[in-house]
Design a protein around this ligand. Structure first.
Ligand code: SF4
Ligand code: SF4
Length: 332
């Protein structure tokens, strides 16, 4: 029988042991229904998730809620929105109680005296031209000033089909700002012309992502297996989609048979009681879903399938390590 130890040499086995101790139990929280931007293609606003619940304004209720989440076993709180930095007391309610990650558009600087080591993922949707079309402004100009050289921040670079041939320039800009970058792909939930992926574009961007990782290994947090999975939507001959997705809110998950999934995962709305279907858009057609976190989790929960060849298991370890780095669970 194939086992983990029979497939790995000493160095890989040590890497495996380091991540196998983590027991990650994550959930996602909408901190607010408001944002200081309105990006075209924002899954939150385009799916009406900002309107399904009235946000809770009482910080004491947020604190009690986080205590309950901790008691439920959550050991990684991923804060999204809306824009979490509009509600720092709520961010603090998490930060003081549980390991926390905060997604932001970077337009408001998180006060580092209050949140010294809170890991921040700054969204970036391409170069100046794309950002102006999709987000109404060049967000990088502001976010790079706010977070330049910050050791607890990185860019979450959402690549669009128009970025083909331009990604290296963006990664260089991020490197020059003294920051790291993780890449994901736009799902174009609002059908903006020219921003939906075609098969040949996905192949081209996969090659470009691989080249970026080779050329900027200290700046790019990624893995080639992740590039393969996210661009093809396939893992070991299986297609990503509703039947396979690991990031469905557990109490709402009626799928039969149940796929491998994130244990106790819930995506909570900002009223602290409503649950959303999954980690991303409530209304997205799963066959078009390019959500990076869902694809990463898909690999992570399917360890057993990767206990097949040394390369398969190493691929799994690299994806797991990438996730752990992005949430500061292991060093960069
Ligand atoms: S910054 Fe984020 S939450 Fe705000 S509109 Fe853009 S994608 Fe949506
Ligand atoms: S939209 Fe994406 S993340 Fe949500 S259930 Fe469908 S495949 Fe999963």
């Amino acid at each position: 029988m194939k086992t983990v130890s029979s497939l790995l040499d000493g160095e890989w086995y040590e890497r495996y042991k380091r991540i196998s101790k983590l027991y990650i139990r994550s959930s996602i929280y909408d901190v607010t229904n408001r944002c200081n931007l309105r990006c075209k293609g924002c899954f939150f606003f385009s799916s009406g998730e900002d309107r399904v619940a009235v946000e809770e304004y009482d910080t004491g209720k947020w604190e009690a809620f986080v205590d309950r989440e901790k008691a439920r076993g959550v050991n990684l709180a991923i804060l999204i929105g809306g824009e979490p930095t509009l509600c720092l007391d709520r961010v603090e309610a998490f930060y003081k109680r549980v390991p926390t990650f905060c997604a932001t558009n970077g337009q408001i600087k998180l006060p580092r005296d209050r949140f010294p080591d809170l890991m921040v993922g700054i969204s970036l949707w391409g170069d100046q031209a794309d950002e102006k079309v999709l987000r109404g402004k060049d967000t990088f100009a502001v976010s790079s000033k706010n977070y330049s050289g910050d050791p607890n921040a990185y860019y979450l670079y959402t690549i669009t089909p128009r970025q083909i041939g331009k990604t290296e320039g963006i990664i260089k800009k991020i490197q020059d700002a003294g920051l790291k970058v993780h890449m994901q792909l736009l799902s174009n939930d609002e059908g903006v012309d020219g921003f939906s992926w075609r098969p040949q574009e996905l192949q081209a961007i996969r090659d470009e992502m691989d080249a970026a990782l080779d050329a900027y290994p200290d700046t790019v947090i990624s893995s080639k297996y992740y590039h393969e999975i996210i661009t093809t939507g396939e893992m070991m001959g299986r297609a990503f989609g509703w039947n396979e997705c690991p990031s469905v809110t557990e109490p709402l998950d009626r799928r039969n048979p149940q796929p491998k999934r994130l244990i106790h995962f819930i995506r909570w709305a900002s009223d602290l009681s409503t649950m959303h279907r999954c980690c991303t858009s409530e209304t997205r057609d799963c066959s078009t879903c390019k959500d990076g976190a869902a694809h990463i989790s898909w690999v992570m929960v399917n360890k057993r399938a990767h206990i097949r060849t040394p390369k398969d298991l190493q691929n799994w370890i690299e994806v797991y390590e990438m996730f752990a780095k992005l949430y500061q669970l292991i060093p960069w």
